[in-house]
Design a protein around this ligand. Structure first.
Ligand SMILES: [Zn+2]
Ligand SMILES: [Zn+2]
Length: 265
């Protein structure tokens, strides 16, 4: 199986990263993709990918950090995009929940990333999170995302990571050709809308991820998450789709390899 999104350099798990990666074979992990969020994490994700066979990375500036986007972050993405282990531009997009960067800045930086995806011939990993309705002027991040994605069609497609929308938003994303990825938060009791979306999305468009160290499984919410827990997302999918777990492993791995076409594992 594949963890298509984990932050192994994050302070909460960085000390155990080597041990976690060394255990991939025992844990049935074929490969993982480490996305980045700012200049520091770009360098860390890139270095881990160079060091370990089963580790790939994605380069970008997270919407939280859009305000710090600069020539250095952009050059790092473009200059390293041809490296064999750099398989996507990500994660980037819109986060109106925390609004850590002004929304105008988030839009401007997202536009630059759409452009870089095509310039670098790489797929996109999108982070999209709505704000609480009516608490901020701009809360519909998915709406802004769909608008920009229509304006800047991608040559190499993309995935909506840690999907938080409902079935209608999933339909829009599918109509535009995107893949949709789920974390363990789909197992949380309050997230029935995510389970409804999983039932609706065809198997050949689904990815699985942990977003480690965040989004820990339901029964371990106070422990930092790690890639082996991606099996809980697969188990949930198996249950909701009524197919055996091996089918979920095979299909989500095939989907990841098809989207992240540079991966030769
Ligand atoms: Zn994210
Ligand atoms: Zn992430």
């Amino acid at each position: 199986m594949v963890d298509s999104h984990c932050h192994l350099y994050d302070d909460k798990i960085a000390d155990n990263a080597k041990e976690i990666i060394d255990n991939f074979s025992n844990d049935n992990i074929d490969f993982v993709i480490i996305p980045s969020c700012d200049y520091d994490s770009q360098v860390k994700a890139f270095n881990l990918a160079q060091q370990y066979d089963k580790v790939y990375c994605a380069l970008a500036v997270h919407p939280h950090d859009a305000k710090n986007y600069n020539q250095q972050t952009q050059d790092y993405i473009i200059n390293n995009s041809t490296n064999d282990k750099v398989v996507a531009i990500g994660e980037f997009g819109f986060d109106y929940f925390y609004n850590l960067s002004p929304f105008e800045k988030q839009i401007e930086v997202a536009e630059k990333h759409f452009d870089m995806c095509n310039k670098c011939d790489l797929p996109a990993i999108f982070h999209i999170r709505d704000g609480a309705p009516n608490t901020v002027e701009h809360y519909d991040a998915y709406n802004d995302f769909f608008y920009l994605a229509r304006l800047y069609p991608l040559k190499r497609n993309g995935v909506l990571h840690c999907f938080g929308g409902d079935k209608d938003k999933a339909k829009k994303a599918l109509d535009m050709g995107f893949y949709i990825s789920f974390t363990c938060n789909a197992t949380y009791q309050s997230n029935e809308h995510l389970r409804e979306a999983i039932r609706y999305i065809p198997l050949d468009r689904l990815l699985i991820e942990t977003d480690s160290p965040y989004m820990s499984p339901r029964h371990q919410r106070n422990i930092p998450n790690q890639p082996k827990n991606v099996k809980y997302v697969a188990e949930l999918m198996s249950e909701l789709k009524g197919v055996d777990i091996q089918t979920i492993y095979n299909q989500t791995t095939a989907n990841a390899k098809s989207l992240f076409y540079k991966i030769k594992c």
